[in-house]
Design a protein. Sequence first.
Lengths: 206, 206
Amino acid sequence: MADDTRERLLRAATEVFAEKGYAAATVREICTRADANVALINYYFGDKLALYEQVLRDVVAADPARAPGLLGASPEEGLRVIIGTMLEKASEARGNSSLRYRLMMHEFSHPSEGTVRMLEITMRPVYDKLRTLVSAISGLPATHDHVRLCVHSLLGQVAHFAHSGPIMEALWPEMKLTAEQRKMVAEHIAGSMLVYLRETSPAAHL
Amino acid sequence: MADDTRERLLRAATEVFAEKGYAAATVREICTRADANVALINYYFGDKLALYEQVLRDVVAADPARAPGLLGASPEEGLRVIIGTMLEKASEARGNSSLRYRLMMHEFSHPSEGTVRMLEITMRPVYDKLRTLVSAISGLPATHDHVRLCVHSLLGQVAHFAHSGPIMEALWPEMKLTAEQRKMVAEHIAGSMLVYLRETSPAAHL
DNA sequence: TGCGCCATAAAACATCAGTATAAAACAGCC
DNA sequence: GGCTGTTTTATACTGATGTTTTATGGCGCA
């Protein structure tokens, strides 16, 4: 039952971290959900942070930034797909692949002790992928300030729509990120960026 | 010395809340900074939340959303000014007027127990002002989904650039929101939104 | 059977949070 | 000076957190 318990702990930890972020998650809740004793987290992983890193490592075993349907698509379509995927995965309930995005977006809007690890492990690939896409669309090098600004704008917007529950509730109660609304938001974010990139790309100034 | 101590507590609380947000701020740090005893917060204000609300009430006595130079300007200019002001104030060190924005943006990216009060008191005016501006530029009613989406995009981007320190540091170390960079970011956020609004406004489809 | 090891459990521990209390210090006024 | 109410202090309480310790149960194996 040893490995079994370890697995249960990992699974529970993944859920709780994805739901609440690193700081707000408590080892006691994780253990309760895993039907395990509080001491077992330290027994198996050392401490809370090490558990978190293990969760990240496990969950990242999945695709880094290769959303299905992204291969062969135009950069424009790629942008739409990746934004849509992030939003969708960030608001889905569970399912191993979506937890990855929930973790990512949670840490993104609630930076914490574990954030730096998380960033390097899970965010970097997405960030770089987005830069590649924006670079291809705009015709600018991926290191250009303009490209970086656009990518951060995208990430900032996604994080906001996906993870500022209380704010949304207060300012726009109808926005609950239903499947329909998610599509609308994704199209808004990707669409507005594409319009902007088209207008400001060097090609537009011929 | 009574009112004096109360004032010191309020000032210290404003600083600490602005720096760390409601949740991460501790009454002990506030009292230390104010050179006061831990018990005095409860003596003067009741509890931490009441202190926070008092800070909000005080700090909001300033302008709600009337940045200087906003009167009489075109909606487009208004948008640029308000975005620039938010970014600028959010990253300034202190000065009573800037604390307001730091509080706002902090709570915005780290929703907490005090968030709802905060939102209604300080965010709502900015939110409504932005909606008015976007509405005027786009020609759509301020309640339209398109307008709301745009405003949330703006707020999300500002919050991100102003308050996701660890993320920025990891992904874009050179971006430190210096005065120069702030101008660039503000122009990016406002400028891209204006391009988008121009392209999608009903007038563009004649 | 008894030894040893691994997994689990129960409980304790240390720390830090917000809060409460009771006594001390102080101020104003007769 | 001495009373009275207000302000301040030192300290303790309560609860939550991450962590550690100590004990217990099961199981293979000589």
